[in-house]
Structures are given as C-alpha cells and as structure tokens.
Design a protein. Structure first.
Length: 286
C-alpha cells in the first residue's frame, strides 16, 4: 500500500521472497488523491495485520485471536477473517456464505468442536471447513500454518493472474486439505474448472488493458491515474469484477463467477469501448 516506505531493507527483502514486486514498489496510486486521513482510517486498518512490529515479530495476533484468551475458536470463525476479507474487491466472506461450505457452517455450527486443540484437530471436530480450515489449520495431522500463502497457487488478486513461484507445492498442500473430506477426482475437477474461469478472466482483462494502453500510447489519455472516468471503469473491471469471478471460481461461489463477475465484465467492456471511442473523437477535434 505504502510500498517500501517506512520499512528497512531487510524487511523489504523478507517480504519480496513471498511476493516479488509486492513491497519493493512505490506507494499505491490511490494514496495521494485520497489523502492520508482516508488511508490511515481505511487501508491501514486492514493492511497493518502483516506489518513487522518493533520487537522483530510480524503481524497483529489480536486481529484473529483475542487479546486476553489466545482463542483458537475465534480464529476459526469466518466472521473473524471477514473483518477484512469482504466487499467487492475481495468478497471472500460473501462467497463463502453462499457456498455449500458456508451454508453447512451456518446450519451446523453448534455441532462443530470449534475449541479443539490445534495439535489433535480432526475432521470429526470440524466436519465443515471454515476459512481457517482450508488456509491455516493442520486437520487430521496435516501441518498447521500461520502463512496463509502456503496453500495458494495463483496470484488471484492481481490484474492479470499468474502462477505463484510455489504453484505445484501449494496445490498439493491445499488439495491435501480438501481430500480429508472429498474424493480426489472431484477436487481436481474443481481446480481445472476454476482455472478455465481464471484464464477467461485474464483474456477479458487483457483486452481491456490493451484499449487503455493504446489510449495512453496515442496521447489520448494523459496525466496521472484516477483523473478520468475511464480510469475508474478499468480499475473496477479488474479490481472488482475480475477478482470476484476468480475468487468465486475457487471457493464455490457460482453467483459471484456469473452475476457479480462475468456479467459485469461484459457490461463494462462495452462501456469501456464506447468511452474509448468518445475520447479518440474528442482528441481528433483538439
Ligand atoms: C476492509 C479491509 C481493507 C481495506 C480498507 C483496504 N484493503 Fe487492500 N486488501 C485487503 C485484503 C483482505 C486484501 C487481500 C485480497 C486478496 O488476496 O484477495 C487486500 C489486497 C490489497 C492489494 C493487493 C495485494 C498486494 O499487496 O499486491 C493492494 C495493492 C491493496 N489491497 C491496497 C489497498 C489500498 C491502497 C487501500 C486503501 C486505498 C486498501 N487496500 C484498503 C483488505 C483491505
Ligand atoms: C490471520 C489470522 C491469525 C493471525 C493474525 C494469528 N493467528 Fe494464530 N492461529 C490462527 C488460526 C486460524 C489458528 C488455529 C488453526 C487451527 O484451526 O488449528 C491459530 C493458532 C494459533 C496457536 C495455537 C497453535 C498450537 O499449536 O496450539 C497459537 C499459539 C497462535 N495461533 C499464536 C499466534 C500468535 C503469537 C500470533 C501473532 C504473531 C498469531 N497467532 C496470529 C490464526 C491467526
Ligand atoms: C485485520 C485484517 C485481516 C484479518 C482479520 C484477516 N486478514 Fe487475511 N489478509 C489481510 C490483508 C490486508 C491481506 C493482503 C496482504 C497483502 O497481500 O499485502 C490478507 C491476505 C490474506 C490471504 C492471501 C495471502 C496471499 O499470499 O495473497 C489469505 C489466504 C488470507 N489473508 C486469509 C485469512 C484468513 C483465513 C483469516 C482469518 C483466520 C484472515 N486472513 C484474517 C487482512 C486480514
Ligand atoms: C473449502 C476451502 C476454502 C474455504 C472454506 C475458503 N477458502 Fe479461500 N481459497 C481456497 C482456494 C482453493 C483458493 C485458491 C487457491 C489457489 O490460488 O490455488 C482460495 C483463495 C483465497 C484467497 C485469494 C488470495 C489471492 O491470491 O488473491 C483469499 C484471500 C482467501 N481465499 C481467503 C478466504 C477467506 C477469508 C475465507 C473465509 C471467509 C476463505 N478463503 C474460505 C479455499 C478455501
Ligand atoms: C472439513 C471437511 C471439508 C473440507 C476440508 C472441504 N470440504 Fe468441500 N464440502 C464439505 C461438506 C460437508 C460439503 C457439503 C456436502 C456435500 O455436498 O458433499 C462440501 C461441499 C463441497 C462442494 C459442493 C458439492 C456439490 O455437490 O455441490 C464442493 C465443490 C467442495 N465441497 C469443494 C471443496 C474443495 C475444493 C475443498 C478444498 C479447497 C473442500 N471442498 C474442502 C466438507 C469439506
């Protein structure tokens, strides 16, 4: 968000191991036009979760555990993650709530053993997965992790999604969790279908990006980002609709793949083409 500002060289190097280019970059282009008060009251409130502390440790434990009891029960609740993982740019909790997993969680919550010791946690305790089960827990003797990237194979949040460096291992890790409850061939099908949605989304965003790059190249669109209506349209396409379709595809959210994702992408593509033509016509008159 602030890029490498305020971090030491060692901290930047540490972070870059996990997401090359994720920290070693200038501040986000929204920081200046929105102003510091907005950024401190908004972005910072969610993004400080992984920031290094003065004593050398990393992250704010109390965002997921409470201050007084280091509660694993709290950390296993979807509502805990939902403090930050919500809204149109990362609709994970909305997707989860509509998925079979979320529906089952709501119906059977009182039958789950949410307090189970992490070292001996089994699918008898948690027979319905929550965010923590898939991304962090060591269920049935698997390795527990505090690094939520361990089981992720794609950079889904990026404009154009690419493999993560640990693509193969990450899929092995996550599929190991799924197969505690499901047959392997079903899980492979979920992944291959999700990757088809992802590739389709990449194509649509690339098409829109080519239009934007063309406008800049021909000097039709000039000046900083977020100063023209078309900037916002393009940003909404990848940052809201594209992400939503990809997140929906991997986490069981059909409505998010379709109506909140691909339908919006189609609608905005037509609008973007129209605005681009308008801008070129105006440019011709100048
Ligand atoms: C409600 C909490 C919340 C707020 C407010 C918020 N973010 Fe985020 N942001 C997240 C979450 C959660 C993710 C992870 C999304 C994912 O991986 O799907 C994220 C992801 C990102 C990413 C992509 C990950 C990366 O490091 O490349 C960027 C960039 C980002 N946010 C910038 C901002 C900026 C700039 C602001 C303020 C203008 C902001 N965010 C406000 C929660 C928030
Ligand atoms: C993103 C949310 C999140 C954050 C932040 C977080 N934890 Fe956890 N932690 C969890 C989850 C989820 C579990 C339980 C996993 C499971 O289901 O067994 C857990 C489990 C634990 C356990 C129990 C492990 C065991 O073997 O008994 C300890 C201790 C712990 N966390 C300490 C910390 C500390 C210290 C920090 C801060 C440096 C921290 N956590 C930050 C989510 C988080
Ligand atoms: C206080 C806000 C906050 C809470 C609570 C929180 N997260 Fe996050 N999480 C974030 C932000 C911000 C990011 C994006 C960090 C970045 O990439 O710069 C993120 C990223 C992630 C990622 C993607 C990591 C990556 O490599 O792209 C996963 C998975 C994740 N969180 C899972 C969880 C789970 C599971 C919980 C609950 C146990 C949780 N988070 C609770 C703020 C939060
Ligand atoms: C049934 C298992 C499962 C559950 C439950 C689940 N997820 Fe996920 N999640 C996945 C899979 C699979 C992916 C895509 C993994 C990949 O990239 O290979 C994913 C992707 C993500 C990402 C995307 C990171 C990126 O690359 O941008 C975030 C963030 C995330 N999940 C957070 C959550 C949160 C928060 C919840 C609960 C509200 C949740 N997940 C519930 C399986 C799950
Ligand atoms: C702790 C057990 C558990 C884990 C782990 C788990 N699931 Fe599920 N899953 C369930 C339950 C329970 C249901 C609802 C009953 C059913 O339809 O089989 C379900 C339903 C589903 C469905 C919907 C089935 C349908 O017919 O509509 C899909 C798809 C799915 N899971 C995929 C996954 C994927 C992918 C993962 C790993 C990323 C995963 N699950 C991890 C327990 C689990």
């Amino acid at each position: 968000m602030h890029g490498s500002a305020g971090l030491t060289k060692e901290q930047v190097a540490f972070s870059e191991q996990f997401q090359p280019g994720g920290t070693n970059r200038p501040p986000n282009p929204l920081v200046m036009p929105e102003g510091h008060a907005a950024v401190n009251g908004g972005c910072e409130q969610c993004h400080a979760v992984g920031k290094p502390n003065d004593d050398g440790t990393i992250g704010t434990c109390t965002e997921c555990h409470s201050r007084h009891t280091s509660s694993v029960e709290l950390a296993r609740l979807p509502s805990t993650c939902a403090q930050c993982h919500m809204g149109p740019d990362h609709s994970q909790v909305e997707i989860y709530s509509e998925s079979r997993h979320g529906i089952m969680f709501a119906a059977q919550r009182t039958l789950l053993n949410l307090k189970a010791d992490p070292r001996t946690l089994t699918t008898r305790d948690m027979f319905v997965p929550t965010c923590a089960t898939c991304h962090m827990s060591g269920i049935n003797g698997l390795k527990m992790t505090h690094n939520p990237s361990d089981r992720l194979s794609w950079y889904l949040a990026n404009q154009i999604s690419t493999h993560r460096p640990n693509y193969l291992q990450a899929q092995i890790n996550m599929k190991q969790v799924c197969t505690q409850c499901h047959a392997r061939d079903r899980i492979d099908r979920v992944y291959s279908n999700a990757e088809l949605v992802l590739n389709g989304t990449n194509d649509k965003i690339t098409e829109a990006k080519n239009i934007m790059d063309g406008l800049r190249k021909d000097n039709v669109l000039t000046g900083p980002q977020f100063t023209q209506p078309i900037d916002f349209l393009f940003f909404d396409m990848w940052h809201y609709d594209g992400r939503t379709s990809k997140h929906g595809a991997f986490m069981g959210g059909a409505d998010f793949v379709q109506w909140h994702g691909n339908y919006e992408l189609l609608r905005k593509k037509i609008e973007l083409q129209h605005q681009a033509e308008e801008l070129r016509r105006e440019h011709g008159r100048r």
